[in-house]
Design a protein around this ligand. Structure first.
Ligand code: ATP
Ligand code: MG
Length: 421
């Protein structure tokens, strides 16, 4: 029996909507992406806009990036575009580079390796695909609303899977048989939850059950690939909703080990996480880019704070050990982990200073001091600091009589012993 909440396995005829039947306007498409699409077309290739760009434009949102799918092979894309670079070890695709670091991804239509190839997959690595037709390419994608094509030449919208109906009914459906697709690539579980959370779409009960049955597979995924997904959620929109969605589906424990477990079992701790992420999400929505260190420090702060309650003499070692023993499946790069530890240890020191009036101002020399000072303000005041506001302002308010940055202590010079005669 076919699993529920999956799209039919046999492709039906594509639905094609003309310009007057959909809301996508070329004016909303990045001009460089349009140039690539038209140029490929003039060269005799088929080239469509796809993925999140089509989905977001249909929802009236501004797309984050513009992905292109074409029947031109990566080597052909490289030949015709001097600014193209081929990337990818498992599946090669072209990145076309533009000014200000903009990159447009051009991928060749692929097809699903099928369940027969499942046994050949290394757990958690993305499955390997062969080239395919546009319809096959739509079928190998993750969820129906991510598998729409827009043809800029005819201004038509092409739907092979039923993604348009799902956009209208605001629900997330996995393409193909959900269980098989999750076993093939467990990262799709994360993606289902991410887009449901970001778009405010529903996950049906059957799909929810499939997620519960397969979520353990996520801990077997490549830690570096999981980190890639993690950073997308920290830097992308609606981090709070995504993290809450992951928690609701019991995914934080497999991804973040003991830290995820603490978030799943301690509602007070998780409420703190949510309020901090709400503030940072609001800031992101105002187009202020927040960095990975900042976002990761906010996410981990409530957990780290609980470890530093007794003001241990060496908070750095306490935090380092706690991260190492957390058994996270997501591999935080060493540099990022060290920065996060530095920031949260400084925040803890600052918050204590706001109560005791004792601050070690020599810490101002630390690289992460300015960021910690900003986040300390945010945590204490439950809002983003305005220009010029920081921990120092809070300290001055709390202890107006204390000199900021301390006074220079003059050490008495020890008299040098005369050298032995
Ligand atoms: P956004 O970029 O706004 O986060 P997106 O849908 O474009 O959303 P990307 O990560 O840029 O997400 O991926 C582009 C497209 O590639 C997706 O829309 C989806 O069709 C396909 N895709 C990405 N990851 C997978 C996967 N693990 N399995 C199948 N298809 C995938
Ligand atoms: Mg994208």
């Amino acid at each position: 029996m076919a699993e529920k909440n999956t799209t039919p396995v046999e492709p039906a005829e594509a639905v094609v909507l003309s310009r007057s039947e959909h809301t996508i306007s070329r004016r909303n498409i990045d001009p460089d992406a349009l140039k690539i699409l038209f140029r490929l077309n003039r060269l005799g290739f088929t080239a469509y806009l796809t993925g999140g760009a089509v989905r977001d434009m249909l929802l009236g949102k501004e797309p984050k990036d513009f992905d292109i799918a074409t029947d031109a092979r990566p080597a052909q894309v490289k030949k015709y575009f001097t600014n193209a670079f081929i990337i990818g070890r498992r599946f090669r695709l072209a990145h076309i580079h533009f000014r200000c670091g903009k990159i447009i991804e051009v991928a060749t239509f692929r097809r699903d390796p099928g369940p027969d190839a499942l046994g050949l997959l290394t757990a958690g690595t993305a499955p390997q695909y062969a080239f395919g037709t546009p319809a096959q390419d739509a079928w190998r994608r993750d969820i129906t609303v991510n598998a729409l094509f827009y043809d800029p030449v005819s201004a038509t919208l092409i739907d092979h899977i039923g993604g348009l109906a799902d956009l209208r009914s605001r629900r997330i459906r996995v393409i193909g048989v959900a269980g098989e697709r999750f076993r093939e690539d467990p990262v799709r579980i994360w993606r289902v939850i991410r887009y449901a959370a970001r778009l405010g779409f529903a996950i049906d009960d059957d799909l929810g059950r499939e997620i519960s049955a397969q979520r353990h597979l996520l801990s077997g995924c490549s830690p570096a690939r999981l980190y890639e997904e993690f950073s997308k959620d920290l830097l992308g929109p609606q981090t709070r909703h995504v993290i809450s969605g992951l928690r609701d589906h019991g995914i934080l424990r497999p991804l973040l080990g003991c830290i995820g477990e603490a978030f799943e079992t301690d509602p007070l701790l998780f409420n703190k996480v949510c309020s901090l992420l709400d503030i940072s999400d609001h800031e992101k929505s105002l187009r202020h880019d927040l960095g990975l260190t900042e976002m990761a420090a906010l996410l981990f702060w409530p957990w780290a704070e609980s470890l530093l309650i007794g003001a241990p003499p060496d908070p750095y070692t306490v935090l380092k050990k706690a991260f190492m023993n957390a058994e996270m499946a997501v591999a935080l790069p060493k540099g990022l982990r060290a920065q996060v530890i530095d920031v949260v240890a400084l925040i803890a020191r600052m918050i204590r200073a706001l109560h005791t009036g004792n601050m070690r101002w020599s810490l101002r020399g630390r690289l992460q001091f300015a960021l910690a000072s900003r986040l300390c303000f945010l945590i204490e005041q439950n809002r983003t600091p305005e220009e010029g506001e920081s921990f120092e302002n809070l300290f001055r308010q709390a202890f107006p009589a204390r000199p900021l940055f301390g006074t220079k202590r003059h050490r008495r010079r020890r008299k040098r012993k005369p050298p032995p005669q």
